[in-house]
Unconditional design. Structure first.
Length: 245
């Protein structure tokens, strides 16, 4: 998967270095020309200096200047491409996307995530935490290897409806006897509410409380898919995963 954030950071760094190199070259060139003019003004007419070395140095300065100009044009092209990516990203607005990560947007009393177990396990605990790290909901999950869904209706362990916002999902598998700890990968779903960018990357807003970067998007579905998630969450007593669906 292409890491857009790394590319953008690289472009910004390259542009900064190119600008600094151009300024340094300009200063060095001015100093060189000042020295050359001074020496030509005060040279001994009976023993004129050899201009070959200065001519070679002028050629070198010219080559460096051309290289810097080429880098500047490349930086401009890359920046334009990144801008176009940001424009294209606006096409996600209103869509439901699946992204890598573990922070779920709870919106309209519904949230969805997936977890992938690298192997069969003895047991799986699913914890939902608020952004202060407090566990607000727990349940058991699937124990077989593969990818499993988790849909939550936003209620805590006591049946209280929690406010919409950002919540972290934590998957805690217990390995089978004699086996190493299993790998776990989580993704979350959210309805895209906006797109923003800065010098560090392009960001996608999920609901009203979470953001992710463009390169974390795995799948995109129509706007009606979020309505299906809400219906699934509301039709279940607390949370839905594919072990008890």
């Amino acid at each position: 998967m292409t890491d857009l954030t790394s590319i953008i950071n690289s472009v910004n760094t390259s542009a900064t270095k190119t600008g600094a190199a151009s300024q340094t070259l300009s200063a060095d060139m001015n100093t060189f020309l000042t020295m050359l003019t001074t020496q030509l003004q005060y040279q001994d007419p009976l023993d004129p200096m050899d201009a070959t070395e200065y001519t070679n140095q002028l050629v070198q300065y010219s080559n460096v200047e051309q290289a810097i100009q080429t880098n500047t044009k490349l930086d401009q092209l890359l920046s334009l491409s990144i801008h176009n990516l940001g424009v294209q990203a606006t096409g996600y607005v209103g869509q439901t996307v699946q992204v890598l990560g573990d922070v779920m947007p709870l919106a309209n009393g519904a949230a969805k995530a997936t977890y992938t177990l690298g192997q069969n396990v003895e047991s799986t605990s699913i914890l939902v935490k608020d952004l202060d790290g407090n566990t607000v909901y727990t349940t058991t999950g699937d124990t077989s290897s593969g990818t499993h869904d988790f849909v939550w209706n936003g209620k805590d362990n006591f049946g209280n409806q929690l406010p919409d916002g950002a919540y972290q999902i934590a998957i805690m598998p217990q390995a089978l006897s004699g086996q190493a700890a299993p790998t776990v990968t989580t993704t979350v779903y959210g309805k895209v509410t906006g797109v923003a960018s800065d010098e560090n990357g392009i960001y996608i807003g999920l609901g009203d409380a979470t953001t992710t970067t463009l390169d974390n998007i795995l799948t995109s579905r129509g706007s009606s898919y979020w309505d299906e998630i809400i219906a699934s969450a509301q039709g279940n007593g607390s949370a839905l995963n594919d072990e008890n669906a």
